[in-house]
Design a protein around this ligand. Sequence first.
Ligand SMILES: O=P(O)(O)OP(=O)(O)OP(=O)(O)OC[C@H]1O[C@@H](n2cnc3c(O)ncnc32)[C@H](O)[C@@H]1O
Ligand SMILES: [Mg+2]
Length: 199
Amino acid sequence: MSQPRRFTERKLVLASHNQGKAAEIAELLQPFDIEVISAASLGLPEPEETEDSFIGNARLKALAATRASKLPALADDSGLCVDALDGAPGIFSARWAGPSKDFGHAMDRVLKGIAGKPRGAHFVAALALAWPDDHCEVFEGKVYGTLADAPRGSRGFGYDPIFIPDGHAVTFGEMDPAKKHAMSHRAVAFRMLVDGCFG
Ligand SMILES: O=P(O)(O)OP(=O)(O)OP(=O)(O)OC[C@H]1O[C@@H](n2cnc3c(O)ncnc32)[C@H](O)[C@@H]1O
Ligand SMILES: [Mg+2]
């Protein structure tokens, strides 16, 4: 396989409309002296996520943003995969929260669905970095854990209050954000991106 393309530019568009996620990625990018421009500040539309994988949707979002902005673009597609639900909500994690982004409802649906069943789950994040010539590099990270009996903690976002990473006693919603950012699915994918493209 050929080497990933090196990122030598000084600017990129962060192609996410999720503030929690965008804040985490901006923090991960902080050591790299890169000007991060939000999709919202450029008025970029939120593309429909029509692919059937995290990697496919990350690529679709990064390509849409680089084509519209003519700048390199970084996108993230992520979600929670629950063993007892055959991997759901998976790529539908955002959609389970509905148009009002009600993650209380989505977490409740997950917990009701696994009542009396094994509680294993993992988060997945695919990060796609695309350039205006349509070249795209994609990296995928995972973190494994179990689901709490009820949501706990108000840090983080999305499904964080019900996810207890392996080897820990607290949910991502209770954990110090710096600790989450050092071990999350997004951090794992980001390390691969750094090794491949920023190294
Ligand atoms: O597509 P963009 O604009 O980036 O924003 P989005 O919120 O729609 O993002 P996704 O399509 O990738 O959906 C992923 C959902 O999975 C959930 N999720 C992903 N990473 C998470 C994390 O670190 N902690 C908690 N929930 C997470 C979160 O609720 C997201 O809405
Ligand atoms: Mg989305």
